[in-house]
Design a protein around this ligand. Structure first.
Ligand code: ASP
Length: 467
C-alpha cells in the first residue's frame, strides 16, 4: 500500500490507509490502546480495538518508536470531535502496526514546549528537540520565509549567486574567524563576515541584480540574539539609488509577511532620520507597537536613514559607523573628498527595524575609487595600507563600475519577529551553546599533532578540556 501523509487522512474517510511516522503518545487502557502518531505533516489519533490483530505490536510500541501503521480512517462520533485540532474529526482504527525501529526513552520530554529545558541537554540531543512541535513549526516557518524571499527576488530578475567561504577578511567591524592554509603554511583565510566585497564585484561583473542566502560568520560576544553564525538575505543592485533599494525591500517584506497572514502596522513603512530616531526614541532601534498590537503579533517596520558616516575612535581618530564602502549622501561627497566636516558627514546607509530589533541594513556604495580612497584616508590608513586592504576594489572600480547599492536582512532576526521567539537558538536548527560550543558534535577541539604539523602551527596554550 502506498503511504498516506497524516495531513491528507481527512480526505480518506472510509478507506484503508498506510501511514509512517513516530509514536508520540501511547495510552494503554488494557483492552484498547490509544496512540497519537505523527509525521512531518501532522498528527492523528489511532486506536487498537480489543480484537485487533495489531494488539501485540500495540502493546510493544512506545513513544518515539518508528512505525508503519495500517488502518481504517473513521469519522469520530459527533460528541468526540475535537474542533480546531488537526484531524480532530477522524481517528485511525488500527489494523496492523509494523515496528520499523525502536527508541530509548528520550532524555527529556519532547511532546510539549521544550524551551524551558536546559540548553546543554537540548543542544546535545538537538535532533530530539527538533521533533517537538514548536521547533518543527519554527524551522519550517524559517524555510517558508526564505522560500518566499527567493520567489519574490526571482520575479524581480535577481540571480542567486554563491560567494566563497574561504576568503580574505572584510572590514565589517567584527573579529574574523580564521582558517589556516596547508598549502601556504603560516597564512590564513578568513571566513566571511558578509559577502560585501564579492557582491560589489558581481556588480562590476555585470549581474546587476544579485542575491544570496548567505552565511555571515563573526567572532562576536555571544548574546541571546547573536551567535557566531547567522544567515542573511544578501542583496545588491546596480543602477539604483537609495529609494530603489528601500522600496524593493519594503515590497518584499510586505509580500512575505502578508502572504504568511501577518498584519503590518503601517504601510509604507515610516521613515526616520538617525537624528529624529535618537531624539524621539533615544536609540536607532525602537518598537512602534502598542501593547495590544504586541499581543496580536503585529509587525511594525520602520526605516532609519541619514546615519553619520564616521564616529570617533578611542584614540581620537575616525572610523566608519556602518560600512566603509558606503557612499556619502550626495551633498556631502565633497566633504569626503576634501576631508572636511567629518563628524557631520552623512552616509546613504539605511537600516530597517522591526518590533524593536534591527532586521537589516545596507547602503549605496561609492563606485568611484576616489571616494573610497578618501574614506580610508579619513580613517587614518596610509596609501599602502589602503592598497593592502581594498586595493582590489579600487582596481575593479577602474573598469566601468555601475552605481550600485544593496542590503542584508537577517534571516534569524526576521524569523524571530514572525515567531515571537526571543532566542536565536529557537530559529536555528543547530545553534551553538552560550559558551560557543557546537550542538551535538564537539567543536572547538584541539587538532591532532599530525594536522598541526601539516599546517605548520605550534599551539601556545595549555591543553584544556571542555566539560
Ligand atoms: N554587508 C552589510 C552587513 O552585513 C550589509 C550591506 O551593506 O549590504 O551588514
Amino acid at each position: 500500500m502506498e503511504r498516506t501523509y497524516i495531513a491528507d487522512l481527512n480526505t480518506k474517510v472510509g478507506e484503508s490507509v498506510l501511514i509512517k511516522g513516530w509514536v508520540s503518545v501511547r495510552r494503554d487502557q488494557g483492552k484498547m490502546i490509544f496512540f497519537d502518531f505523527r509525521d512531518m505533516t501532522g498528527s492523528v489519533q489511532g486506536v487498537v480495538l480489543p480484537d485487533s490483530a495489531a494488539m501485540d505490536a500495540g502493546k510493544e510500541a512506545r513513544s518515539e518508536y518508528v512505525v508503519a501503521v495500517e488502518g481504517l480512517v473513521n469519522k469520530r462520533p459527533e460528541k468526540n470531535v475535537q474542533t480546531g485540532k488537526q484531524n480532530g474529526g477522524i481517528e485511525l482504527q488500527i489494523e496492523k502496526i509494523e515496528i520499523i525501529n525502536r527508541a530509548e526513552t528520550p532524555p527529556f520530554e519532547i511532546t510539549g514546549d521544550t524551551s524551558a529545558i536546559g540548553e546543554d541537554v537540548r543542544l546535545q540531543y538537538r535532533y530530539l528537540d527538533l521533533r517537538s512541535e514548536r521547533m518543527q513549526q519554527n524551522i519550517r516557518l524559517r524555510s517558508e520565509f526564505v522560500q518566499k524571499a527567493r520567489e519574490f527576488l526571482f520575479k524581480k530578475r535577481f540571480t542567486e549567486i554563491e560567494t566563497p567561504l574561504l576568503t580574505e577578511s572584510t572590514p565589517e567591524g567584527s573579529r574574523d574567524f580564521v582558517v589556516p592554509s596547508r598549502l601556504h603554511p603560516g597564512e590564513f583565510y578568513a571566513l566571511p563576515q558578509s559577502p560585501q566585497q564579492y557582491k560589489q564585484l558581481l556588480m562590476v561583473g555585470g549581474f546587476e541584480r544579485y542575491f544570496q542566502i548567505a552565511r555571515a560568520i563573526r567572532d562576536e560576544d555571544l548574546r541571546a540574539d547573536r551567535g557566531f553564525e547567522h544567515t542573511q538575505i544578501d542583496v545588491e543592485m546596480s543602477f539604483v539609488e537609495q529609494e530603489d533599494v528601500m522600496s524593493m525591500i519594503e515590497a518584499m517584506l510586505i509580500e512575505i509577511a502578508e502572504s504568511m497572514g501577518r498584519t503590518i502596522k503601517q504601510k509604507p513603512f515610516p521613515r526616520f532620520t538617525y537624528a529624529e530616531a535618537m531624539e524621539r526614541f533615544g536609540a536607532d532601534k525602537f518598537d512602534l507597537r502598542t501593547p495590544e498590537e504586541k499581543e496580536a503579533g503585529v509587525l511594525a517596520y520602520a526605516w532609519i536613514y541619514k546615519f553619520p558616516f564616521f564616529e570617533k575612535t578611542d584614540d581620537g581618530g575616525w572610523t566608519f559607523t556602518h560600512n566603509p564602502f558606503s557612499m556619502p549622501v550626495p551633498e556631502h561627497i565633497d566633504w569626503v573628498l576634501n576631508k572636511e566636516n567629518i563628524g557631520d558627514i552623512l552616509t546613504t546607509q539605511y537600516d530597517i527595524v522591526c518590533n524593536g530589533f534591527e532586521a537589516g541594513g545596507g547602503s549605496i556604495r561609492s563606485h568611484n575609487p576616489d571616494i573610497l580612497r578618501s574614506v580610508y584616508d579619513i580613517m587614518g590608513y596610509s596609501k599602502d595600507d589602503t592598497e593592502e586592504r581594498v586595493g582590489h576594489m579600487l582596481e575593479a572600480f577602474k573598469y566601468g563600475t555601475p552605481p550600485h547599492g544593496g542590503i542584508a536582512l537577517g534571516v534569524e532576526r526576521n524569523v524571530m519577529n514572525l515567531t515571537n521567539e526571543t532566542y536565536l537558538r529557537e530559529v536555528q536548527a543547530f545553534p551553538m551553546t552560550r559558551g560557543g560550543l557546537t550542538a551535538v558534535m564537539k567543536a572547538p577541539k584541539p587538532l591532532t599533532d599530525k594536522q598541526l604539523k601539516e599546517l605548520g602551527i605550534r599551539v601556545d596554550v595549555p591543553e584544556k578540556k571542555h566539560d
